[in-house]
Design a protein around this ligand. Structure first.
Ligand code: G3P
Length: 218
């Protein structure tokens, strides 16, 4: 499974990248607003310099021509830019056009299997189902992942399932068990993946015992 970081914070991207397990980055307009990004294209260029994997940059136009114009400009920033497009009718049209032009896309704001089916037919590179936001409204987000993974397998679609709106490590564990291609996670979730109290307790005991041995040898 590929690990993407879901953030517009360069410090977090750097730290995750230095861990050596980062395969890509996803951003969205809300994350950029949170970080006060003023030069979006410059910011995407900076991430692309740092990270080799796919970097999703989202269009903010909601009409076909606007999406095409924005997406083509974003795709021109670097080879690893993936144009993120919302799952609306003009977005599907834009994804089909981008796909015909060889521009990779990430179809975002997916909340149903039928949406994911249409996105795959249009040639989306990634589909981003938002599991946390479904859980928020008492609907099983991971069930949607299971359905999409199965559906894409049934027909051999190349579209990769990118699990988004991940809120905790169990989302990642379940996504991996279901065979999803990518989990995109906020930085604190990446950190939590490796946390275990028994590891901390065990390490403390090893080091305490080692130090006692050293003292006894003095
Ligand atoms: O990638 C989409 C993701 O950022 C949405 O997450 O937590 O705002 O639902 P969230």
């Amino acid at each position: 499974m590929k690990f993407f970081i879901d953030t517009a914070n360069l410090g977090e991207i750097r730290e995750a990248h230095e861990m050596g397990v980062l395969d890509g980055v996803t951003t969205n307009p809300s994350l950029c607003a949170k970080e006060g990004i003023s030069d979006f294209e410059g910011f995407i260029a900076e991430i692309c310099d740092l990270v080799e994997g796919d970097v999703s940059a989202e269009v903010v136009s909601t009409d076909f021509n606007g999406m095409l114009e924005e997406g083509r400009r974003l795709a021109g920033i670097a080879e690893n830019v993936v144009v993120k497009v919302p799952l609306i009718k003009d977005g599907i049209k834009a994804i089909k056009t981008f796909s015909d032009e060889g521009i990779k896309t990430n179809c975002t704001l997916c909340f149903s299997t039928t949406q994911a089916l249409v996105a795959a037919k249009a040639g989306a590179g990634y589909i981003s189902p938002f599991v946390g936001r479904l859980d928020d409204i008492s609907t099983d987000g991971m069930q949607l992942i299971a359905e999409i993974v199965q559906m894409y397998e049934n027909y051999g679609y190349d579209t990769e399932v990118l699990v988004a709106s991940i809120r905790h490590p169990m989302h990642v564990a379940e996504a991996a068990q279901l065979g999803a291609d990518v989990s995109t996670m906020p930085f604190p979730v990446i950190e939590k993946l490796i946390k275990h109290p028994l590891t901390d307790i065990g390490l403390k005991k090893f080091l305490d015992d080692w130090n006692k041995l050293q003292d006894s040898l003095k």
